[in-house]
Design a protein. Sequence first.
Lengths: 121, 139, 499
Amino acid sequence: MEALIAITIGVLVAASVYLMLARNVLRFIFGLVLISNAANLTIFVAGRLTEGAPPLIPVGADGPVGDVANALPQALVLTAIVIGFGLFAFALVLMFRAYSTLGTLYSDDMRIAEPRTEDKT
Amino acid sequence: MNSIILRVGTQYLCGILVLFSLYMLIRGHNEPGGGFIGGLIGSTGFVLFALACGTADARNALKVMPQNIAMAGLGIALLAGIYAAIFGDALFTGQWLFINETPEDKGIPISTVLFFDIGVYLVVFGSILSIVFAMEEEI
Amino acid sequence: MTWTLATPLVLPFLTAVLAFLARYGAAGRWFSVAGNAILLGASILLMARVLDQGVIATQMGGWAAPFGITLVADYLSAVMVVITAITALAVSVYALSDIDERKEHLGYHALFNILIGGVVGAFLTGDLFNLYVWFEVMLISSFGLLILGGKKEQIDGGIKYVTLNLISTILFLSGIGLLYGMTGTLNMADMARAIDTVENQGLVTVVAMMFMVAFGVKAAVFPLFFWLPAAYHTPAFSVSAVFAGLLTKVGVYALIRMFTLVFDGDIGFTHQILLWVAALTMVTGVLGAAAQNDMRKILSFHIVSQIGYMIMGLALLTPLAVAGAVFYLVHHIIVKANLFLIAGVAERTAGSTNLDRIGGLYKSAPLLAVLFFIPAFSLAGFPPLSGFWAKYVLVAAAIEIEGWIIAAVALLVGLLTIFSMTKIWAEAFWKPHPEGVDPELTRLTPQARRNLLIPIAALAAMTLVIGFSPDPFVTFAKDAAAQLLDPTAYITTVLGGEA
């Protein structure tokens, strides 16, 4: 199972790098979504894949009973997903604004902040 | 989107979604659920509203600016964390109050954790709506 | 005890809430100033406590380390929090006249204070994942601040800033995952103990490199700095001042923290790379600056160049060198934030920051000229200003272990920095205004003049104080370095006595 997830992570990263190398910033964003999912899976698999019940403590007990899954990576992944969601929403709005104000989605054409030649006048 | 079915359906759905989100918020205390998921569900109600009737109507229905809701939520969550200072505990230590406590029964528990969750609910609710409304109005 | 640590963390967020809810009135901006003044008080209290006890730690929510989230302050964290508070207060006063009402209505003060909260959180946390969260808090609020106002340049610079920083974030996150998989803990102090027992030390080095790249993007080191000169000259002046002063330095702090506390196993490899990075960062930054013709762009490239000095201190990893890096951090934040604030006043008085279009500031604004002279030549390392001592300690540390080449690079870059600073001096202050009209500082209202110049004067005064009496600061930096290089006190304090 670890090997399968490792391969999945590899494929995700490869696909996202391909997308992120594109000049179109929208493709870049999609690549970013893929690679952030790859990172989340990395955390998930780094916490060891065990077959176990949800780590909930039954009523009346002092601790979880029997084999339970490691809850920490799940908490980390959840936090990372939430943060990633916020960043993605922001980046998407930014790209939209870029398209409507700069009129392009191609990173090669975005030279307003750094003009090719220094304006001498 | 000008569809009478959506508009009529939204009137009821919006209320139900907000009610259900509150249920998720409170249920999150002992079972799956909580402020984050509640806020997401609640915001879908108003996102639907904005889709059906336009953002202007949705903003009117909400009455308060979504940004203000989010920031007020942040404030509530912070206050829930700071409240522990009164008892000399560390930041964000849960403080509990049991209403109608008897030796057999714990009564109704009220805790700062709940208020923290309410804060999270409002932050998520407010920020999702501010993003969605802003995007809707731009397009 | 616990609240000495928690107060500086909570205050900025409370300030943000109040400032946001009152953003349509004048109260909003005064909440920001008052909140940052209280933050300065709280951070000085924290500093006093740390000076008294060495390292202090508290567990959030009362969950014992290494399971809960630890807040911990040693000398380095404490001094960074104090400097953050000083910069925040200066910038929030400056912003009274710099930020127009439209930006205030969009929530400038709230974003600014959340940014400060994120920076303070990053300095105080003892938990690696929590550090990631604070980085994100910082990142999101800085995105907002960067494009606030929505000019074309801002959107353009913002895209480069956002995309490159997001990649660094992903690397950081993956690194945390792998490190957690190896050590089974996220608490940095606990990790420092557990990392030696990892079987495959080669893998540790690989993860160390991931962290180096991730923090390297944040700190803007060679060859990962391209987002910085693309973005820092675009937003409002008070925004770029706080970015220039604090954001990259959080990356440097994280590098120093991780590469003294956790990744100290394979120093021959990692710190050798850091040394090369440091030298190349210094050189490329200063050469990039020489090619620019806009005040803020020159200063942006100098941030990159100066980061090289701090990394150099970390890379040499002797007590004197790390002390130099700490001293440099403190000196650099004050000076760099101040220079961006001055660029803002220069733009207001002369109409631009492009050096070809302005001039005559020495004649029309002699006070500003004096105030520029102090941080600019401190940056270049003129004795007896603060930058001289910072460079002196670092070069002395390099010579001490016979690192002649890095010492020579550091001195050469210092010379080239003087070139850039004299360029700004000659073009903006000395030569007459190209359009013949002398810019007059009187164009500013007395109120704006007061709000803009008081923070600049205060920061310049601090540069002078550090410059004329460097002894206590150097002693402090040496103590901080001793703590960093021997983290036993840090680890025992965090983990509650059991070493």
